[in-house]
Design a protein around this ligand. Sequence first.
Ligand SMILES: NC(=O)c1ccc[n+]([C@@H]2O[C@H](COP(=O)([O-])OP(=O)(O)OC[C@H]3O[C@@H](n4cnc5c(N)ncnc54)[C@H](O)[C@@H]3O)[C@@H](O)[C@H]2O)c1
Length: 460
Amino acid sequence: MFLKVKVLFKYHVNNIANGIDKILPNFGSMPILNKIKIKKTSKIRALVPIMPKIKNSLIIFLDGIFTISFLENIFFYLTQIITRLSVYFFLNLTSKKIFEKLFFIAHIYNMNLKKVIVLGNLGYIGPILVQYLRSLSKNLEIIGYDTGFFQGCLLNPEHNYDRYLSQQIYGDIRLFNNKILENTDAIICLAAISNDPIGDIYEKQTTDINAKSSFDLAKAAKRAGVKKFIYASSCSVYGVSNNDAKNESAELNPLTAYSRSKISCEKRLKELINNDFSVTCLRFATACGYSPRLRLDLVLNDFVANALINKKIELLSDGSAWRPIIDVNDMSRSIVWALNRDVGNTPFIALNIGKDDWNFTIKDLAESVKNIIPNVNLTFANNSLPDKRSYKVDFSLFKSLAPNHQPIKKLSETIKDIADGISNSNFRTKDFRKSHLVRLNTLNYLKKHNLINSNLEWIK
Ligand SMILES: NC(=O)c1ccc[n+]([C@@H]2O[C@H](COP(=O)([O-])OP(=O)(O)OC[C@H]3O[C@@H](n4cnc5c(N)ncnc54)[C@H](O)[C@@H]3O)[C@@H](O)[C@H]2O)c1
């Protein structure tokens, strides 16, 4: 007799991107798996990435990919029961934390959506999100829509990281064809001019893309019957704070074109909601972590790259400034929460996304990197002063609303992921701040070579 189950094996998985290819040879070495015959392996690719790391554990999913043929084994009976209950089974349940992860997985796997559009999927967060969505549902139609500014900014250009999509559409959200919206359940808007330095130079375009066009697109989506609009906002809308962590009712103080564009869009999106159209604005902490389209203009990523490539971390301030950060995988988990949230009486919500104990000082971050990457020299600029851009954020609302979708990454894991990602690539550019992995450099390159104009439009 055969019982079909999906098996996700998370043993010695260091590099998510390499996924199952590296794992499969290890199957034989696990005693419990000796009797599992792998009939089909291709589909498992979609399941492997971004699942929480559970050391020495085995996760069994429902409905079949693998076939196990050991009748006598107690394990067989357990999997039978679990299949019927529509939940997942973990071996080596060693802590409460793992149990929580179990419920998190069980919850999101029931995602009840047919088609989502991810705007801005070819950036830093997009590939991780798409891979994650695919791991949760093989049937979900995932449409990527992006103008492709950073499509080539891959650490490993030979890998096809966008294979998890159902379709890639290239286009500018300023010229969006509303036909694409047909039969769509939800839109996730990541498309944006995504940092302060670019926003300072391209202020008008930042407003046009991040605020006006994103809002226009949401309006068109509502007309087309889309139910949910998820907008990637930013904690930078609070500006600076002293030592008090900003919650959602704190005064807004956007200091840059970028953060002004985010808050302007949030305000306008609020006007659109009704019983059939909800808006979730996710005010993300500063992102960090490994992505195939790694960005090195983000604080932790910069430290890891410098530590790994140049064996040094240089602080331009005294390091006392506070910065909330969040791993890209945890951002993706929060987006899945937003997709599935019961909008009930709150069709509009804007909330901080991160974790209270991931408010770090810059010095904490630098020291954490130094503790993990050997032989690194940490230096402070001469007469270094406090960085003016310091803020702490309160994430308690997110914790209370989404207890099963809280960030789960450890800082050490995030640092190792970035370091492994760089080590496993050919990227060794010492002057990495001048490389294509810094967003502004890539835009400058495209402009210099007459590929885009000063309005950030492709030149045909
Ligand atoms: N990375 C962070 O620290 C962070 C923090 C908070 C919020 N966010 C927000 O999350 C979202 C994604 O961030 P990211 O780090 O992946 O940024 P990113 O710059 O890597 O990706 C943004 C993507 O949007 C696309 N895009 C830009 N303008 C477009 C247009 N007019 N039409 C179509 N596509 C367009 C780009 O080509 C790019 O692929 C952004 O909205 C950003 O503001 C990011």
